[in-house]
Design a protein around this ligand. Structure first.
Ligand code: SME
Length: 161
């Protein structure tokens, strides 16, 4: 067991710095992408407030396939370009969606989800997976959350695929 303690009451920038350092430490020296995704999903789920789902979809043979996650059981396969996750994977662009009901083609795996942040995971210029964070709160994710998650994923992406 890893002993990780992150102060959730410190300034947001410091919180995210600690979260990123913990993520880097968790995957350090471990080449297995599934094991690493499992630990990163657990880390985010434990410390990031306001989530009802946190996890990964992997790009396999041109579609997204459910990977390690925390939250309710979810859709297993998502076509490239479909929904918020598919848009992130197809474009390589972060999707920060304040109201998922207003997003064309949103896939409602969990009816509780109201806002969503999806960060592409790239390796050698290719999207190999996406990190999907869902919240039951409308407009939950800020630009600071987006930047922090992009930085976190960028720091560990070589160990995710
Ligand atoms: N809502 C996502 C699907 C994945 S689940 O939320 C876990 C989407 O539209 O891509």
């Amino acid at each position: 067991m890893f002993n990780i303690a992150i102060d959730q009451n410190q300034p947001t920038a410091d919180f995210y710095n600690d979260l990123k350092s913990s993520a880097v430490a968790l995957v350090d020296g471990e080449p297995d992408a599934i094991a690493n995704m499992a630990n990163i999903a657990a880390l985010i789920w434990q410390y990031v407030p306001g989530l009802n789902w946190a996890g990964f979809y992997r790009v396999i043979d041109g579609e997204l396939v459910l990977g390690p996650f925390q939250g309710k059981a979810a859709c297993i396969r998502i076509a490239m370009g479909a929904g918020v996750c598919g848009a992130a994977a197809a474009t390589g662009q972060v999707q920060r969606v304040a109201d998922v009901h207003a997003f064309p083609g949103h896939i409602a795996c969990d009816a509780d989800s109201r806002s969503e942040l999806v960060v592409p995971v790239t390796n050698n210029g290719k999207v190999i997976a996406v990190l999907d964070l869902d919240s039951p709160l409308p407009d939950h994710f800020s630009a600071e959350d987006e930047q922090a998650m992009v930085a976190l994923i960028g720091a560990i992406s070589k160990n995710l695929g």
